[in-house]
Design a protein around this ligand. Structure first.
Ligand SMILES: Cc1cc2nc3c(=O)[nH]c(=O)nc-3n(C[C@H](O)[C@H](O)[C@H](O)COP(=O)(O)OP(=O)(O)OC[C@H]3O[C@@H](n4cnc5c(N)ncnc54)[C@H](O)[C@@H]3O)c2cc1C
Length: 324
């Protein structure tokens, strides 16, 4: 059952920040993750601050340097449907189109998608796991077929967002405001590795609000993509996923940013793949070496060793496709 809480609906960002300064409150965006967590007792709060009436947080606009600014309350559907995003930031458009279901994409926002809680069945269930302040990760020696193969330490979740690896590959940055300051946090540094703090998903403080996500100007020669494999064709989270942002100079890879989803507790940067493909043409030998590199150093758990072959296959297909 949903517990009782106060619901405050400010109409401006300063008003929202003032409430967060005064009260131990949680931010409510689309509510598609938050309300389920409250109902299931994953965490509790006395107060929700809705950003739904803060109109300055909505919309997609051009930035002065030729990039794009996406307001934090922009829905995933708006991103999936945006011509500007589809034209220059294909990885983000690809990712937005495969988030959840149409209803959830209409309701869920980009900031909520980046800040959502993990889907581990122990964390979401009646288990006092380490992410909820307990002593152990039940997945480590339990049911772990959907858990991580990289970056596990005390907690073995995978980060659930599809847009996060795409935005990280594209070099996006979050603008963040608190009652006293503003700062920028790049999406590739937004998420908290469990080795640093297994109870937090992001590096944001409780009184900080993401106000917008900034995509840098797309360089000439950029091709990008995101694809995930899920266990069924209907809505589902990534079992494995690959986000690519590759800048080509003719047939040669000038630079690349590669992030994996379904791999680690945070969007997982694969520098090994980037190193293999940079300066090369994407011929069969390079793609094969990149596929092997994508899983180098992986540490599968008892039930998720199948992810190794899936990542290799997906990386191969995505590099073949992006090479044209
Ligand atoms: C059945 C189901 C299937 C799903 N499948 C997928 C999937 O395949 N891929 C995927 O990526 N996601 C998936 N999701 C997650 C879904 O996309 C998220 O629930 C949604 O994007 C969250 O957005 P929201 O606006 O509803 O966030 P909310 O639920 O309102 O908030 C989520 C979290 O973000 C915080 N937050 C929200 N806005 C801000 C802000 N501006 N600044 C700081 N913190 C903020 C909230 O406090 C809360 O902790 C699924 C969810 C469900 C319920």
């Amino acid at each position: 059952m949903l517990p009782k809480f106060s619901y405050i609906q400010p109409t401006s960002l300063p008003e929202a920040l003032a409430i967060l300064e005064d009260k131990d409150a949680r931010i409510h965006a689309g509510g598609s993750d938050l309300i389920g967590c409250l109902r299931d007792g994953v965490f509790a709060t006395d107060t929700l601050v809705s950003l739904g009436a803060v109109s300055e947080l909505r919309g997609i606009t051009a930035s002065a340097d030729g990039g794009l600014k996406i307001g934090a309350m922009t829905t995933i559907s708006e991103i999936a449907d945006s011509e500007a995003i589809g034209a220059s930031y294909t990885a983000l458009a690809d990712a937005a189109k495969v988030v959840a279901s149409p209803q959830l994409r209409n309701q869920g926002t980009i900031a909520g998608n980046l800040c959502q809680k993990p889907r581990c069945w122990y964390y979401r269930g009646d288990f006092d796991c380490i992410r909820k302040g307990g002593e152990i990760c039940y997945a480590y020696s339990g049911e772990n077929q959907y858990h991580c193969i990289f970056g596990g330490d005390m907690c073995y979740i995978v980060h659930p967002s599809d847009t996060a690896p795409a935005l990280a590959a594209l070099g996006a940055v979050c603008r963040v405001s608190s009652p006293t300051a503003s700062r920028s946090v790049s999406v590739d540094a937004l998420h908290m590795p469990p080795a640093e703090d297994p109870q937090r998903e992001t590096v944001l403080d409780d009184d900080e609000i993401i106000t917008e996500v900034i995509l840098p100007r797309a360089p000439a020669g950029l091709r990008s993509s995101y694809r995930k494999v899920r266990s069924r064709a209907a809505w589902d989270f990534a079992v494995v996923g690959v986000a690519l942002a590759v800048v080509f100079d003719g047939d040669t890879v000038r630079s690349a940013r590669v992030f994996l989803s379904g791999a680690a507790p945070v969007p997982w940067r694969s520098k090994a793949v980037e190193d293999v493909i940079t300066g090369k043409t994407l011929d069969n030998a390079t793609i094969s070496a990149a596929a092997e590199a994508s899983v180098a150093g992986a540490e599968p758990l008892s039930e998720n060793g199948y992810k190794i072959e899936l990542f290799k296959g997906l990386m191969t297909e995505q590099l073949e496709t992006i090479s044209g």
